[in-house]
Design a binder for this molecule. Structure first.
Ligand SMILES: Cc1ncc(COP(=O)(O)O)c(C=O)c1O
Length: 324
């Protein structure tokens, strides 16, 4: 992402980026580190289409980030932006193989690959408008080290999942260490390990499995009081949800659910905490961030796992309601 912004600052005279208000705060911070001026526009994963970008107050040199958050958003129409010469960058991290990504009309597209594939690092940048791309950057030492720590964590975690609980502390420490240094230093290319892993991986099979798993988990949670799940029938065709996206009716219920899942060794994600200093999220951003929970259900999970997760969520919601 930094690479495309630095490229656009040089070759497309970008001066200001419009960034969705509900977005990973570390990513926003790293975009701002390029020196581009920025504005936030209200945009939430619960909203369906990214509709309000037509109405922003553009000026020359503007570029808009559009994020297919959780793989469930509807592609916007760029006609009004094209008429004003406003460029677009789409982030397809949550579903890099969607029909939208493959037939994108954006100026540039990016995707981080480690969120949907079992690789320690790596991202992809393309231009569906056939514009010039920056050169592939070399791999820097900091990335090589952070990535090798993540890879070691992945190997140890596999042993842990096979029953060797002695690896748990080590894999968690290595993950945290790798994660906290993955974006250090200059912009880096992907490591050779990630490139080779991706080449030998059946991406489509993995994506289909994720899709089927999220559908199964969603069905297993039909009619549970206190939570709303993303409506899979209204996702545009050719798109696949990133995870089970759950909106709890209150922050207290979300915390109760999270604690119950963690007690059952299920580790959901909070996407995204709105805690970065200086980014001043709106009350709506903060409220959503306190009620959303993203539960992984990718190709690693078998039917029994999904049933177990659904049972924990169902029981935990019932328990919460009986307390309150
Ligand atoms: C939607 C989205 N795009 C991009 C990124 C950045 O990914 P990476 O940390 O691999 O650069 C993230 C990270 O959380 C993300 O959630």
């Amino acid at each position: 992402m930094r690479l495309v912004v630095e490229h656009g600052l040089r070759v497309r005279n970008w001066q200001r980026a419009w960034i969705p208000s509900y977005f990973c705060q570390e990513v926003v911070e790293s975009l701002m580190a390029t020196g581009i001026a920025s504005e936030r526009y209200p945009d939430y994963p619960s909203a369906g289409s990214v509709s309000n970008i037509d109405e922003l107050d553009y000026r020359a040199g503007d570029v808009v980030f559009v994020v297919n958050q959780f793989g469930i958003r509807q592609r916007p129409n760029y006609q009004a932006l094209e008429a004003q010469n406003v460029d677009t960058i789409e982030d397809h991290t949550h579903d890099p193989w969607s029909r939208w990504a493959k037939s994108s009309l954006a100026t540039y597209c990016v995707a981080s690959l480690r969120k949907t594939l079992p690789v320690p690092d790596g991202g992809v940048l393309w231009s569906s408008s056939d514009l010039s791309l920056p050169h592939q950057p070399p791999i820097i030492e900091e990335r090589e080290l952070a990535s090798s720590r993540r890879l070691a964590a992945m190997v140890l975690k596999e042993r842990y999942l096979r029953g060797d609980s002695s690896c748990k502390k080590a894999f968690r420490e290595l993950y945290q260490l790798g994660e906290s240094h993955i974006a250090d230093g200059r912009i880096s290319g992907a490591t050779q390990t990630s490139v080779e892993l991706i080449k030998s991986f059946d991406v489509e099979l993995w994506r289909r499995k994720r899709d089927a798993n999220i559908r199964e988990l969603t069905e297993g949670l039909a009619n549970v009081d206190g939570i709303d799940l993303a409506d899979l029938d209204s996702i545009p065709s050719g798109q696949s949800a990133f995870s089970l996206l759950l909106l709890a009716e209150s922050q207290a219920l979300r915390e109760h659910l999270r604690t119950s899942l963690v007690s059952g060794s299920v580790y959901p994600a909070i996407l995204w905490p709105m805690t970065a200093p200086g980014l001043s999220p709106s009350a709506q951003d903060i409220d959503l961030s306190c009620k959303l929970l993203s539960v992984h259900a990718d190709g690693r999970y078998a039917s029994e796992d999904l049933q177990r997760i659904a049972n924990i969520i169902r029981r935990s919601c019932e328990q919460f309601r009986s307390y309150s």
